[in-house]
Write a protein that binds this ligand. Sequence first.
Ligand SMILES: Cc1cc2nc3c(=O)[nH]c(=O)nc-3n(C[C@H](O)[C@H](O)[C@H](O)COP(=O)(O)OP(=O)(O)OC[C@H]3O[C@@H](n4cnc5c(N)ncnc54)[C@H](O)[C@@H]3O)c2cc1C
Length: 442
Amino acid sequence: MQTIYWQNELSDLATYEQPILPYAYGRSYGDSCLNENGISLDLTHLRRFISFDQVTGLLRCEAGVSLAEILDIFVPRGWFLPVTPGTKFVSVGGAIANDIHGKNHHRSGTFGCHVTCFELLRSNGQRLTCSPDQNSELFRATIGGLGLTGIILWAEFRLKPIVNPYIDMDHIRFSSLDEFFEISAESDQDFEYTMSWVDLFIGGQNLCRGIFMRGNHNQSQTLASKPTKKRLPLALPINLPSFTLNTITVKAFNELYYHAQVRKRVHKTMPYDPFFYPLDSIHDWYRMYGKRGFLQYQFVIPFEHAREAMRETLGRIRHSGEGSFLTVLKTFGDIPSPGVLSFPRPGLTLALDFAYGGQKTLDLLNELDTIIMQTRGALYPAKDARMSAQSFQTFYPQWKQFAEYIDPHFSSSFWRRVTAATQANQKCRGPQPSAGVWGVPT
Ligand SMILES: Cc1cc2nc3c(=O)[nH]c(=O)nc-3n(C[C@H](O)[C@H](O)[C@H](O)COP(=O)(O)OP(=O)(O)OC[C@H]3O[C@@H](n4cnc5c(N)ncnc54)[C@H](O)[C@@H]3O)c2cc1C
């Protein structure tokens, strides 16, 4: 891993013999931020703020600035992120490269929808300003472009005004997938943020049950001066034994969590931090999965197939005996993502995590891939470490169009995996131009 401290310190990228990949906080769950046998450029030191317009909310900063740093500085001044994922420890560059989504996708689309421009450094030394009007094709390829089109040096995007740092939030218990859809449809109108924790183990016609969470920024001036308490993070000091999370313990946890809320609906006003980032309060939370770790699996399926696909998916999961500990369900809205390869699209998205149990976990996920393919859905590359080249190319048929914009010196472990067959074919056809070496089809 090489660390870059200043924009003008970058050496000539074309002289590296191995493929290059930008790296930030490594919060991607799979190998899209990894570059085995290649060079990872740590860009988290590109962390200067460049400008802020107090009228329009336009913020320009270097790409290694984290969302946590932006919140620390701008929330007390009455500004909030346009879109935020479930952790604030991600960089602006990472947020663009994965075109991340948040609880407000139905209202605000992806992070990329709020980016007005950025500067991209290509390995031939060119520094290109990219925006919807300037180098617009590279702009669209870089948003959701998995770090493969060059290094984002700085970016400009729009923050949104808030009155105070608090969220008015409802927790609503639901007892079936149909009820989830009802609450979701009703909430999308009036609530900026929505998502649900779900229990997949109930079986029967109801398919799942859970807690629907929805919220809006509080509008009271009186709370503007009330400081939010800093949460002291807990830490998991050791890897828990692998058997800690199994179907029985997950079912028991789900039962407790679901019934912990006695009333059907609970309303609270709470600081933004625990609302958006509950996992950030437990350092090294992934240790609860034991030494073998876990695999995240997030898919989206179009609404027209949602019920049938959920029935099929949940049936397979239950049958496999693999338990997802933390399962999150949400609907994506129809605001188009600007990125060529962006994951979010209208439909139902489910994020699951499975303690890694070797081949049986992989077999289950391969089965789920088939269902997602049949329903014309897709998996999220930022949360994937195992999908096949065939699956990826089916989920993202536009990948060849995207590949034309990959920088010839850039690649990643993910990209080599999901284009493996193509690269093998290229080898059979004999030597290719250098653009092909790192997975760019020619
Ligand atoms: C607890 C948790 C919750 C999450 N919740 C969500 C969620 O709700 N929604 C969601 O969409 N995602 C979510 N994620 C995933 C996470 O938001 C993304 O993977 C994010 O992109 C990680 O950013 P990073 O800065 O850690 O980048 P890394 O993981 O280090 O890199 C991500 C990608 O960005 C590229 N990259 C990084 N910096 C640059 C740069 N300067 N120029 C060009 N490319 C660059 C890398 O090459 C790589 O392809 C979650 C992750 C965790 C751990």
